[in-house]
Structure formats: structure tokens, C-alpha cells
Design a protein around this ligand. Structure first.
Ligand code: ATP
Length: 212
């Protein structure tokens, strides 16, 4: 069955690095991918753009194709959400369809510190976004608990949850932090941002004349 994959993040703003990662993951996994903007916990610096502004930017970025979509459920709840709770809600909706939580290698390295992280594997697979040609770096804290779960990415379609795969993605050194800095300087990061976002200067207003 065609997997459903989730890419969470702040998306402040969404940029070509996010969209390319989501798109390549969709192709490698044969999946549909949902971009899921997160509420930020109180102890973290707040995003520059509001939740509604981040959603508007994602909508503009995703217009014109159907394989990548927006899932704003975490912003619709009060306060930050635990990933395990979000995955439980998704699992209840999709039945036996394969679910894949996409994470960067940095996030994967810290997985053992996540709330109820072992329960994640009962709900979803984990797809680790990696540089092509490099082996998946396996953090010591996770090694014993998860190494036996490793499968090739295409195999994630064969079951609902519980496996780990490296998903090779063309490396693009783009960060939202750097895009915010450029926008604050009045620059036009034409080829770092999706065209739909650049077409509407009002969407970028939160970042103009501000320190990123
Ligand atoms: P910031 O600079 O504000 O920290 P960011 O650009 O890292 O933001 P996030 O919203 O934190 O963006 O990222 C969401 C998800 O997208 C994360 O899983 C992250 O690993 C991934 N991601 C971010 N930038 C890239 C990129 N250039 N290529 C591939 N994946 C990326």
C-alpha cells in the first residue's frame, strides 16, 4: 500500500530544501508526503511568523501539485504536540496504511530523548533523510534498540510500522535561518524559496526589516 510520510518542522519560512526533501522522499518511498508545521514549545524561541502566516506560506508553496500536502493539525491544537500523539491520531485515520515519520539525521541521533520514543515504532516507520552515498550514522543510544529494524526504503511499503530506512536526499545547504537573514536585509532569495511564495510579497512581510 502507498505509504503516507510526514515531514514536521517549523517552516519559518518553508524553503526549497524542505520541498526538495519532501519530494525526493515521496519518490524514493513511493509515498504521499504531508508537511506538518509544529507549534513551538514555550522554552524555544518563537517563530518569527505566526502559525497562520506559516500555514499561508505552505499553501502558496504547495499549490499546483498533489503529492505533497499540508497537515496543520498540530497548530490547531492548543500548545505543542508530542510526535507520538500525532502519530497515534494519524494511525487511527489511515488504518493499516504504512506511515513514515521523516526525520533528519540530527533528529534521529536524538530520538531516544523523545517522549515515549519506543512507542513510535508501534505507530510508524522512521525514514532518516541522509546524504546519498553515506551509511546511516547509528547513534549509540539507539543502536541496540533499533538496528535490527533497518530495511531498504522501498520495503517500508510492505508493512504498517516498525522499520527504519535511510532515505537518500540531494543535499541542499539551505536553512530557514539564512533565508530569514536575507529577507531582513531586503534581499530576494529567488532560487531558495518556492516561486509561489515569492509571487506574493505580503507572505514575506513578517521577515522584512527584522533581525532573523
Ligand atoms: P531553522 O533554520 O529555522 O532552524 P530549518 O530550515 O532547519 O529551520 P525546519 O522547519 O526546522 O527548517 O525543518 C523541518 C524539517 O526539514 C527538518 O526535519 C529538517 O531536518 C528538514 N530540513 C530543513 N532544511 C533542510 C534542507 N536544506 N534539506 C533537507 N532537509 C531539510
Amino acid at each position: 500500500m502507498r505509504p503516507l510520510a510526514i515531514l514536521g518542522g517549523t517552516f519559518d519560512p518553508v524553503h526549497i530544501g524542505h520541498l526538495n526533501a519532501a519530494w525526493e522522499a515521496a519518490e524514493v518511498l513511493g509515498a504521499d508526503v504531508r508537511l506538518m508545521p509544529a507549534s513551538v514549545p514555550p522554552h524555544r524561541p518563537p517563530p518569527v511568523a505566526t502559525a497562520a502566516q506559516r500555514v499561508a506560506m505552505l499553501r502558496a508553496a504547495l499549490a499546483g501539485q498533489s503529492r505533497l500536502s499540508l497537515d496543520a493539525r498540530e497548530l490547531e491544537r492548543a500548545g505543542p504536540s508530542y510526535t507520538v500523539d500525532t502519530l497515534a491520531a494519524l494511525r487511527a485515520e489511515v488504518g493499516a496504511r504504512p506511515l513514515v515519520l521523516l526525520v533528519g539525521e540530527d533528529a534521529f541521533a536524538g530520538l531516544a530523548s523523545w517522549h515515549r520514543w519506543q512507542a513510535l515504532f508501534e505507530l510508524a516507520h522512521v525514514g532518516v533523510l541522509t546524504r546519498p552515498g553515506t551509511a546511516l550514522a547509528w547513534p549509540a543510544a539507539l543502536h541496540e534498540a533499533t538496528q535490527a529494524r533497518l530495511v531498504p526504503p522501498a520495503a517500508l511499503a510492505d508493512s504498517a510500522a516498525g522499520q527504519v530506512a535511510a532515505v537518500p536526499i540531494t543535499p541542499l545547504e539551505i536553512s530557514a535561518t539564512h533565508v530569514r537573514e536575507l529577507l531582513a536585509e531586503g534581499r530576494v532569495p529567488r532560487y531558495l524559496l518556492p516561486a509561489g511564495l515569492l509571487a506574493d510579497e505580503a507572505l514575506l512581510a513578517p521577515y522584512r526589516h527584522r533581525v532573523a
